[in-house]
Design a protein around this ligand. Structure first.
Ligand SMILES: Nc1ncnc2c1ncn2[C@@H]1O[C@H](COP(=O)(O)OP(=O)(O)OP(=O)(O)O)[C@@H](O)[C@H]1O
Length: 449
């Protein structure tokens, strides 16, 4: 078999569902269709059509790991089900070469009344394995699932995590030619996920092709050779994971990313801070209109408030000389430029920046009052504008983060007065560099003395 051999071949697949407003409409439709077969006449419809997929084509080669990504309801599961053969397409064809193992829904193929071990035999026989084959692999399957004595209990007593452990163990230990996983790994804990990805790597090395649905952009860039973006039932993109993930994030956060071309003769890291801005937008400091909302990485779901005494007008984020990179590498230096303007006189303005996880946990926050800045934030005069530059290393774990930026001051009693706070207004995606566990890279050094 050549490594270029196509094992999943999807050609022009569409799927139409019939949506009935009420159950009685389904019955009426059946009767009307029956009558029409005997007495041909005009077609009467008691349903509305919904096309979950429109003309999707996709190829997966032997040993490839491909991620299917897309927003909720975009058609990913429908496509996986068609490839796995559990749903038939309305139009087009999907063919798979070899033995297919699929983790489509929690405990698929499991009988809740049977014990874990009984289900292993049942599941494996559905996948074409003989009893002897299963006997030979049972220890590996049980040790991979690692759910102890629960294997002798009925599956209906399992937690969702235990069910997926056992289901994955069966599917992954039978050496399938094609393995299809629909978000199942999201249910397992982090250690189990890591074990699953290690197993997926071994399977790929042996030639198994993997098609994976996940909402984790880190899993896509870390483990997949390719990503396919599905939106509203259509294939929008197919290729190298990073740009496809970037396009997916654009869809999620509603903005197009623009990466300015690098000037000839320049290399990342050569640029001075002013070159960065000059390069990105020569008028960054001179514009009078707010540009914040038009920038890539802007999060339209930001939370903004303040009395309007100052305004945060614009921002730009850089890694080296790359503006608004699709993803930052963990540990990479980030430069954040913020253009602001005072609308009224503010004696001692305070500029603050906070980095939070997508769950809202603060990773780091500082402001011009807390930090010993090289330069003080000059007093705000009405009409004056300026640019602040904040640089720091993103020594945090892979994942999605949000930056908040704000300008405040203190009133006579020391209370903070927010002038313009833009919480969670900038979205950053961080991908792994040196592996570690946890939220922050503390840069441990390990020595043997
Ligand atoms: N049996 C069905 N009958 C009618 N509509 C369906 C059926 N199954 C799926 N759909 C619809 O088809 C669309 C695509 O669903 P699908 O489950 O494939 O999306 P998805 O990308 O996997 O979403 P998610 O990320 O939320 O799991 C959705 O709008 C869904 O409501």
């Amino acid at each position: 078999m050549s490594s270029e051999e196509i094992v999943i071949d999807v050609q022009g697949v569409s799927k139409r569902y019939e949506i009935y407003a009420k159950p009685s409409d389904r019955l009426k439709q059946m009767l009307a269709s029956g009558i029409r077969r005997i007495l041909p006449g005009d077609e009467v419809r008691y349903f509305r059509e919904f096309w979950a997929l429109h003309g999707v084509s996709l190829h997966v080669r032997r040993g490839e790991c491909v991620a299917l990504i897309g927003r909720n309801g975009s058609g990913k599961s429908t496509l996986l089900q068609i490839i796995a053969g559990t749903v038939s397409p309305t139009e087009g064809v999907a063919s798979v070469d070899g033995r297919v193992a699929a983790l489509l829904e929690l405990g698929s193929g499991f009988n809740p009344e049977f014990t874990g071990i009984e289900n292993v035999y049942l599941n494996a026989s559905l996948l074409g394995l003989s009893r002897e084959d299963v006997d030979a692999r049972l220890d590996d399957i049980l040790s991979f699932a690692d759910i102890g004595d629960f294997v002798n209990q009925p599956v209906k007593t399992y937690s969702s995590g235990m069910t997926v452990r056992l289901a994955f163990a069966v599917q992954a230990q039978i050496d399938p030619d094609v393995l299809i996983v629909d978000e199942a790994l999201a249910v397992g804990d982090a250690r189990f996920q890591a074990k699953c990805f290690a197993r997926l790597k071994t399977l790929r090395e042996r030639g198994t092709s993997i098609l994976l649905v996940t909402h984790s952009t880190e899993q896509v860039v870390t483990h997949c050779d390719r990503a396919v973006l599905i939106d509203q039932g259509q294939k929008l993109d197919d290729g190298d994971p990073r740009p496809v993930v970037n396009r997916y994030l654009d869809l999620l956060y509603g903005r197009q990313r623009i990466t300015p071309p690098i000037r000839e003769g320049e290399h990342a890291g050569d640029a001075t801070v002013n070159d960065q801005l000059e390069h990105f937008d020569p008028q960054f400091g001179e514009r009078h209109e707010p540009m914040f909302e038009s920038r890539p990485a802007y999060n339209p779901y930001e939370h903004r408030w303040g009395d309007g005494g100052a305004e945060i007008m614009d921002f730009a984020v850089f890694a080296g000389d790359q503006a608004f990179p699709a993803v930052f590498r963990s540990g990479e230096e980030l430069a954040l430029y913020v253009r602001y303007r005072f609308r009224s006189g503010i004696l001692r303005p305070i500029l603050g920046v906070t980095l939070k996880t997508k769950e809202g946990l603060t990773v780091y926050g500082t402001n011009t009052e807390m930090a010993l800045m090289d330069q003080a934030f000059p007093p705000g005069e009405a009409g004056r504008s300026g640019i602040a530059l904040c640089q720091f290393r993103l020594k945090c774990a892979p994942g999605d983060y949000f930056l908040s930026v704000g300008i405040a001051s203190r009133d006579g009693s020391g209370e903070a007065v927010p002038h313009d706070r833009r919480y969670d207004s900038i979205h950053l995606c961080v991908e792994p560099d040196t592996p570690f566990v946890g939220l922050a890279d503390l840069g441990a050094r390990l020595e043997f003395l």
